[in-house]
Design a protein around this ligand. Structure first.
Ligand code: AMP
Ligand code: ZN
Length: 141
């Protein structure tokens, strides 16, 4: 594990956390600076920086725990909904370079925004540009 990774140190028990879930490959704990009550982070135990770096079986494990925990977190804080998202890479705002999914409980009156609010200026793309992008993705996956 990278010595200076704060989330690896949490998994190792060297830094305390409010743990809410643990299995062989996944760990989940409350965010120390929560955006809402119940704000939870779900991480692979092994160190990988972004989603693309995750082996597929670990990615499945992480998503499976996100899937199971999200309704449990919502219920625990009486949330009306949740935003579940990854800051994936530095340019997206990822500050801790150990991949982590956020479960952020949402409330009818929380004054927050949908994920559409996170991007900067919106591109004005023609239909053929959209076709080219779709082709590139489909051809290289
Ligand atoms: P991100 O910007 O997606 O990298 O988010 C990193 C998150 O980790 C932030 O929401 C921080 O509040 C949270 N965080 C950082 N250090 C700790 C810690 N020691 N325990 C719990 N959460 C942390
Ligand atoms: Zn790490």
């Amino acid at each position: 594990m990278p010595e200076d990774c704060i989330f690896c140190q949490i998994v190792a028990g060297d830094i305390p956390s409010k743990t809410v879930y643990e299995d062989d490959s996944v760990f989940a704990f409350l965010d120390a600076n929560p955006l809402a009550p119940g704000h939870t982070l779900v991480i692979p135990k092994s160190h990988h920086e972004t989603l693309a770096d995750l082996p597929e079986d670990t990615a499945s494990d992480v998503f499976s725990v996100l899937h199971r925990l999200t309704p449990v977190v919502e219920d625990a804080v009486d949330a009306d909904a949740s935003t579940v998202a990854f800051n994936n890479g530095e340019a997206s705002g990822q500050e801790v370079p150990h991949v982590h999914g956020h479960i952020i409980p949402r409330f009818d009156d929380d004054g927050g925004h949908p994920i559409h609010a996170i991007a900067g200026s919106r591109p004005d793309l023609s239909d053929s540009e959209l076709d080219d992008i779709a082709d590139d993705i489909r051809d290289s996956r």
